[in-house]
Design a protein around this ligand. Structure first.
Ligand SMILES: NC(=O)C1=CN([C@@H]2O[C@H](COP(=O)(O)OP(=O)(O)OC[C@H]3O[C@@H](n4cnc5c(N)ncnc54)[C@H](O)[C@@H]3O)[C@@H](O)[C@H]2O)[C@@H](O)CC1
Length: 477
């Protein structure tokens, strides 16, 4: 599992490390890693010798890294120019080194270059880019040259992943010591491109809890419940699905197909779409109401349920059970009505899976610029695992742990895709996974399925459901 740390924690780790190494050593490690990556990129397109490299240099150490890396490229024969945002405050040692090795300074963006290094600001940035920097970033976007961001793309909010104004969009970001939240969460993640972490020796001094964890395929495969020789349909878990209605039978079908792809041995469906469900999925055992459904180990409730009195009774019924419950869509609307989020507090595990609109109804305010912070706050308030949907879906626990799903796909932004996710997640809850792992694993596999479905053209949520099993077959080997 990869992890990302907040600026303050990176700073203290760097401070501790700096006390043990010669002055300037960390910047040289950073610059060496950065120059190596740039040389690789140039090598793939004609070579370093003679390549036109532009450095955008701010007045902090981020600019210093950039100047030293530029000097290394100049030493290998690249034609390196540095555009200094504030010439009087550019890193003096870096500038000297660049000039010594043949680099020069320029006042404007050149018409053409083979590679741009964005060293305007790094983790020392505050707020949106200042006007001169913002202008430069806008002009850069028109040049279409490959861009390497140094540490973080200039203009992103490093700790939250927000993009408050103009920001560099990089092909590659070379970061130092560890990932930061902006590389993996929020709109900033899309500005980072491929992220390379250069080891500058920070590992031993980076002791704080990470701000965010990013699961990989091996984590999900290790968590996924698998049947053993002694398993039967009950011991694998039975999930109850209370979704859909006569008006929205599709929601029932989609959440059930999500549940069937999960690890449970049986799916029970309770609701007025039972005939449709059984016709499409003959293995599902159905009932009219939650109270008649029989024994289950977890409930999924909400998608397409409607908001009438019957729906309200069903939601109350699942919440009154001592079982893990996942609430989505109409269930959230019903319970909250803008004011009753406390009603969700219960002792058994609860997962809610809101999109931004549902989040606003639940929390009383939109997630805003800090999606991780907002999800954590809501999770603590209602004592639930919150899965906040988005391009980089965030999963937050009541104790403040945050995970970000790396497999998101724009293909998942389609009606009913959340119903499929809810069914799969409920199946994992019934299969015995702790709530946060169930949420993280479901988002991961749902994302993989979305990506697979997108390879075959425009995607419907039924396509996503159909790709869950092949995605799992590949993942679980
Ligand atoms: N601290 C360390 O040990 C290491 C730091 N390194 C580099 O140092 C960077 C951090 O350096 P600094 O702390 O000097 O900070 P930065 O270089 O990230 O930014 C600070 C400078 O940017 C300006 N600035 C701040 N906000 C701005 C905005 N919104 N628009 C335009 N300009 C703005 C400030 O006036 C200041 O001059 C890291 O990102 C990394 O690149 C690396 O050399 C590795 C080691």
């Amino acid at each position: 599992m990869r992890q990302a740390w907040r600026v303050a924690d990176v700073r203290s780790a760097e401070k501790a490390l700096m006390a043990t190494v010669p002055e300037g050593a960390l910047m040289q490690r950073a610059a060496a890693g950065l120059a190596r990556r740039c040389a690789l990129m140039l090598g793939a397109h004609g070579g370093v010798y003679g390549a036109r490299v532009l450095l955008l240099v701010g007045s902090g150490d981020n600019g210093g890294d950039t100047l030293f890396a530029g000097a290394r490229l100049a030493a290998r024969g690249a034609q390196v120019s540095a555009l200094l945002l504030d010439p009087d405050r550019a890193h003096p040692g870096g500038l000297r080194e660049l000039r010594r090795l043949g680099g020069r300074t320029v006042h404007d963006l050149p018409e053409r270059c083979d590679l741009v290094l964005d060293g305007i600001v790094g983790i020392g940035a505050s707020g949106s880019l200042r006007p001169r920097a913002a202008e430069l970033v806008a002009a850069l976007a028109e040049r279409r040259a490959p861009v390497v961001a140094v540490d973080v793309p200039s203009g992103v909010a490093v700790d939250t992943g927000d993009v408050p104004g103009a920001a560099v969009t990089a092909d590659v970001t070379v970061t130092f010591g560890c990932l930061k939240p902006a590389h993996v969460v929020g709109p900033a993640a899309a500005h980072a491109g491929i992220v390379d972490v250069v080891d500058i020796g920070l590992g031993a001094t980076l002791r704080a809890d990470p701000a965010v964890r990013i699961p990989d395929a091996a984590d999900i495969a290790a968590w996924w419940p698998r049947p053993g020789p002694a398993s039967d349909k009950y011991s694998r878990g039975v999930v109850g699905v209370a979704t859909g209605s006569a008006t929205y039978p599709g929601a029932a079908l989609l959440s059930v197909s999500g549940a069937l792809a999960g690890p449970v041995g049986m799916v029970r469906y309770a609701g007025s779409a039972r005939d449709d469900v059984v016709r499409a999925h003959p293995s599902v055992v159905t009932a009219d109401r939650v109270s008649d459904a029989g024994r289950v180990q977890a409930w999924v409730c909400g998608s397409g349920l409607g908001t009438d009195e019957t729906a309200r009774t069903e939601v109350r019924g699942v919440l009154a059970s001592p079982l893990p419950v996942l609430l989505d869509a109409d269930a959230l609307t019903l319970l909250v009505d803008g004011r009753h989020a406390e009603d969700l507090r219960r002792n058994a595990p609860l997962v809610v899976t809101p999109h931004d609109g549902e989040f606003r109804r639940l929390a009383g305010e939109a997630p805003g610029a800090d999606r991780m912070g907002a999800a954590c706050k809501l999770a603590a308030w209602i004592n639930a695992v919150v899965l906040l949907k988005g391009d980089r879906t965030v999963v937050a626990t009541p104790s403040g742990q945050v995970f970000v799903n790396p497999t998101g796909s724009p293909a998942l932004a389609t009606a009913g895709s959340g119903d499929v996710l809810a069914g799969l997640l409920g199946s994992l809850l019934a299969g015995g996974l702790p709530a946060e792992r169930a949420a993280v694993a479901a988002a991961f596999v749902h994302g993989l399925a979305g990506r697979r479905a997108a390879e075959r053209g425009p995607v419907t949520s039924a396509d996503v459901a159909a790709q869950l099993r092949p995605a799992l077959a590949e993942l679980l080997g």
